[in-house]
Structures are given as structure tokens and as C-alpha cells.
Design a protein around this ligand. Structure first.
Ligand code: ASP
Length: 378
């Protein structure tokens, strides 16, 4: 039986109606009680570590969650973290960096309706998360609406729909269908070293969503407030204004003052490329770091993490360039930008060797030259 650790942190899934609206009130024992007999399929340990609406989950809480995950990595086959949906993509992203190369699955999940609600989606989400946690595939994932995505690729795109999260610029890591949990091995980056806890974060990171005419003096204010990093969500493939209000000049001043600026696009899908236009090239000339196709959640948390590891711009740049790696975060932030594969392309992906020592799974080859899928049974 797989040993699964459930870490609970609050969120809607564990909420009850109070005089002030929904607030977390249920612990892990209550959550698992609603799962009926499912917990008997796993050797389950529950730890209630937080009781928060995820709007209140901040770097201090990320450190706590990361510490619990890291300390438990050798004692369990997988970890499920129940979490509010509002900031779950940030937590999933930052955990990808803090516990990079985690050898077991760490699966965040939550719900749009409390577990006690008769129409809750929490049961399905927890079931999917448990199945992924038992799958043997290391990394940080987010499970929602019967889909599993890499943590650093997840974005909350809907406020109330059950399909609240999308995997941006990367295929799903797994999906539940009538055939069970289908893991797409080629969508899960392999580990590239031992798992270490790198929990230091720099909290002085600001996000600017560029709007036409934004006053460049915002950078002076940020420097006065001792911000050390800025992520700019620029226009389209990579543009920012430099006539009348010269942002480029301020990028120069920011770099001189030791501030690291990461640039990405305010478009949700596909990659930025600041070499394309003059407006983008001027920014590159000032030493900004390209975020390519990273999500905003991933870019912000990666900058917080990178600045927690080093003060040097060349090293931050290198950390942003990290190759594919389990939890490295940005499988295609360096080099040629990979576009998301369509399902049909995925089916033609090269076959990989089956991992040794997994007895409770079955591998199917659905035909000549087709992708291997692994179906996990509970
Ligand atoms: N406000 C809630 C939270 O993020 C929303 C949710 O969990 O769906 O904790």
C-alpha cells in the first residue's frame, strides 16, 4: 500500500460558512472522512499545518510547507497538499524551486466548493491528487478537475468554474479518464540532481503589469522602497514604451542600482521574445532577464527564490536559464522555445524505458510508434 502524506493548509475545500463568509474550519480528519473508503486504499498520514484562506499564504507559509515536504520525502511515496485555489499556482511554482528534484510526487489540490457542500468538486480533486501522489513520478504538481499539471505551469484562470486551472505552455502531466489516471511521461521533466531544500526567498520582488503610458518613475519609488527585483509583464511578444515616458532609461538606472528585472508577456499563452522588436531589444540591451514562456506566477516566485540564493545578476540569469529538470520550473526557458504539443504530437513522442521496481502499474503501448502511457491502479 502506498504511503501518502496529506498536508492540509485550509482553503475553500476545508471551509464552512461563518458570519463573515466562508472561512477554513475543517481539519484533515474531516476532509478524509468525506472521502469514504478511499483512505483505506492508502497508508494515509494527515498533518494539519495551516488553517488559512490562501490569500493569507505568503513567503513565511511557503517556507513552512516546503520544510514539511522536504522532511517527509524519504518517509512517504507521495504527498498531497490541500490548499486554497486563489494562490495555489504561486505555492505550486515556488515549491518547484524550493524542493527542486523532489523524488516523490507532491500534489497540490483544493476545491471551488467546500467538501461539505453536496455538489463539491473537492472529492474528485482529492481522489485525483491521491492517485497522482501514488504514481511514483517525482515533482511538484497541481491536480484539479481530473487533470494534473506541472506546478510551475499552472495558472488559475476561472473564479468559479470547476476547471479553474490551466496548464500554460506545457502539456498536462496526467489526466483521469475511463482508463484511469493516464500519466504523460514526456510531459514530466526528469530530475537533474539530488533534492535539496533551498528555502531562502527574497520578498522584495514587485510585479508590474504594463499599461500604456505607465509613469517610469514607478522605478524610483521601487528603489526607494528597497525592492531588489521586478517582473514586468510587457506588451505582446515583448515591448515597452520609450517615447515621452522612457521606461528604458529607468531600466538602466535600475540595473545600476543592482535591481534585477525579468521581462515576460502579459499574454497568457505562448512565449515572449524581446529580440523581435526594437522596443524589446532596447530592454535587452539594459540587461533584463527574459522570462520567455513562464507564467507570471512562476516568474515572480522564481525571481524571489533566485534572489534568495544569490545577489549576482549573472547567477540569477543562470538560474533562470536552468535546463529542464524536475521542479527546475521552466522546462523551456532557455534555448529554443518549445511550443505546447498537441495531443496528436504527444502520441508520437519517443518511447521511454519503464522505471524499475514499480509492480502495481501496467504499461500500455497503444500501437506502433505510439506514446507509452502508464495506468495506475489504486
Ligand atoms: N479564497 C479561497 C482560498 O484561496 C478560494 C479557494 O480555495 O477556492 O483559500
Amino acid at each position: 500500500m502506498k504511503r501518502i502524506l496529506l498536508l492540509t493548509t485550509g482553503g475553500t475545500i476545508a471551509s464552512r460558512l461563518t458570519d463573515e463568509g466562508l472561512a477554513p474550519g475543517l481539519d484533515g480528519a474531516a476532509l478524509t472522512h468525506h472521502l469514504g473508503g478511499l483512505p483505506d486504499s492508502y497508508c494515509l498520514t494527515v498533518r494539519d499545518i495551516l488553517h488559512l484562506d490562501s490569500s493569507n499564504i505568503q513567503p513565511e507559509e511557503w517556507r513552512l510547507i516546503a520544510r514539511h515536504v522536504f522532511d517527509a520525502r524519504n518517509d512517504f511515496d507521495g504527498i498531497v497538499v490541500s490548499h486554497g485555489t486563489d494562490t495555489m499556482a504561486y505555492t505550486a511554482s515556488v515549491l518547484s524551486y524550493m524542493v527542486r528534484n523532489i523524488p516523490i510526487p507532491v500534489v497540490l489540490t483544493g476545491a471551488q466548493l467546500p467538501i461539505e457542500h453536496p455538489l463539491t468538486d473537492g472529492l474528485d480533486n482529492l481522489r485525483t491528487a491521491f492517485a497522482m501522489a501514488a504514481s511514483g513520478w517525482g515533482g511538484v504538481f497541481l491536480a484539479f478537475n481530473r487533470r494534473v499539471m506541472l506546478g510551475c505551469r499552472a495558472v488559475k484562470t476561472h473564479t468559479t468554474a470547476f476547471g479553474a486551472f490551466d496548464s500554460v505552455n506545457w502539456p498536462l502531466a496526467a489526466e483521469v479518464s475511463g482508463a484511469g489516471l493516464i500519466v504523460r511521461e514526456d510531459a514530466i521533466p526528469p530530475a537533474d540532481g539530488p533534492c535539496v531544500l533551498r528555502g531562502k526567498l527574497c520578498e522584495q520582488v514587485f510585479l508590474i503589469k504594463l499599461t500604456p503610458g505607465l509613469d517610469p518613475e514607478i522605478f524610483d519609488m521601487l528603489l526607494r522602497m528597497h525592492y531588489r527585483g521586478v517582473v514586468i509583464e510587457a506588451f505582446g511578444a515583448g515591448g515597452l514604451h520609450f517615447i515621452r515616458r522612457n521606461l528604458i532609461e529607468k531600466l538602466h538606472a535600475a540595473a545600476q542600482a543592482g535591481m534585477t528585472v525579468v521581462v515576460c508577456s502579459q499574454c497568457l499563452y505562448e512565449s515572449s521574445n524581446f529580440s523581435l522588436y526594437q522596443a524589446g531589444q532596447k530592454a535587452l540591451a539594459e540587461g533584463v532577464v527574459q522570462g520567455w514562456d513562464m507564467t507570471t506566477e512562476a516568474a515572480v516566485t522564481k525571481l524571489m527564490w533566485a534572489l534568495g540564493q544569490t545577489q549576482r545578476l549573472d547567477e540569477v540569469r543562470e538560474l533562470f536559464r536552468l535546463p529542464r529538470g524536475r521542479g527546475a520550473g521552466q522546462p523551456c526557458a532557455a534555448g529554443p522555445v518549445r511550443r505546447p504539443r498537441t495531443c496528436a504530437e504527444g502520441l508520437r513522442a519517443p518511447l521511454r524505458r519503464r522505471k524499475k521496481g514499480r509492480k502495481d502499474d501496467e504499461t500500455f503501448f497503444s500501437g506502433k510508434n505510439e506514446k507509452k502511457v502508464t495506468i495506475y491502479y489504486k
